[in-house]
Design a protein around this ligand. Structure first.
Ligand code: C5P
Length: 306
């Protein structure tokens, strides 16, 4: 619904900027349940946000010229125009609410690996929705922001608030779960996976094993880290081409050998993470993986944004 633009509650001028943090997500477990009539797939799993983040600086063009939204980043190859998901989020926010600027600049300091299964692009888009909603007092609640996010991508609704949640439907049906506090080491192998190709591979496969999603939900609710680690499982690992599957197993083994309680690929890869019993163990694990030449980062799980 389009409404009259509410007056801005802040005193933004053309020179001012809005700052927002965009957190990565990991999939503690992930199942693909069915192919839907529109070509998308039903998914089911537990998602978790972590303090591994991109930093956004949004500078609205309040002069309302017609330059549109532009995106600048430390990563050369991400789109700089309105095909970038963050710019699309800003456009969608304006067209939906009538609030906020029609054009501006979004600077993204990217740390979350692009196409890594950590929801980097989705998280940037969700951060734009959150920031514009707050600064331009549009008054959208969390559920409304999630519904807007759904129009941008399947992971965007979760990234609006993050935390720990059961995700169903195409990923947009979210049930918040109790906070799971733990330390992880996130790794980025030096190859990317194609999400549509992995979904297509799954369509052709007979899945041998599926994740224990109810067991994972229970383990999270009980704060049972060992139980969570035992149930880390991602059906996309089975759909990977052989060479990539082997590369993922090498990193998972390295994580386990370095003290992780369990390790798994996140989303459609190629990112992999391990769960560690405490901060010291995660720091030591991260050091060991770096010594083996693996690109990795220490990250702690985060609570949902209120
Ligand atoms: O929603 P998102 O843009 O992240 O999806 C990327 C691609 O992944 C889609 O174009 C679709 O091919 C596939 N996908 C799917 N089912 C989902 C989510 C994504 O088939 N639930």
């Amino acid at each position: 619904m389009k409404t009259e633009p509410p007056s801005c509650h802040c005193s933004l001028t053309a020179a001012m900027s809005i700052f927002e943090t965009a957190r990565a997500k990991i999939n503690l477990c992930l199942d693909v349940t069915e192919k839907l009539p529109d070509g998308y797939h039903g998914v089911r799993g537990v998602m978790q946000s972590i303090d591994f983040s991109d930093q956004l600086e949004i500078s609205p063009d309040l002069a309302a010229d017609k330059r549109g939204w532009r995106v600048e980043s430390n990563i050369r190859y991400i789109p700089s125009g309105e095909t970038n998901l963050a710019a699309r989020a800003a456009l969608l926010f304006h067209s939906h609410t009538g609030a906020g600027p029609r054009s501006g600049l979004i600077k993204i300091k990217k740390r979350i690996p692009v196409c890594g299964g950590f929801g980097g692009g989705s998280s940037d888009a969700a951060a734009v929705l959150r920031a514009l909603n707050r600064e331009f007092a549009a008054g959208l609640g969390r559920a409304e922001l999630e519904r807007l996010g759904e129009r941008l991508g399947s992971d965007v609704p979760f990234c609006v608030a993050g935390g720990t949640a059961l995700a169903e439907g195409k990923g947009e049906k979210l049930t918040p779960l109790p906070h799971l506090d733990c330390y992880t080491v996130v790794c980025r192998p030096d190859f990317s996976c194609s999400t549509p190709e992995l979904f297509a591979a799954i369509d052709k496969m007979k899945m041998r094993i599926r994740p224990d999603v109810p067991g994972m939900v229970k383990a999270v609710a009980e704060g049972d880290l060992q139980g969570v680690a035992r149930r880390l499982f991602n059906v996309f690992e089975e759909a990977l081409p052989k060479k990539q599957a082997e590369a993922i197993w090498v990193i998972k083994d390295l994580l386990i050998d370095s003290g992780a309680l369990g390790a798994v690929m996140t989303g459609s890869g190629s990112g992999v993470f391990g769960i560690f019993p405490n901060k010291n163990a995660a720091e030591e694990g991260c050091r060991r993986l770096k010594a083996e030449g693996v690109e990795c980062h220490l990250a702690r799980t985060t609570r949902a944004i209120e």
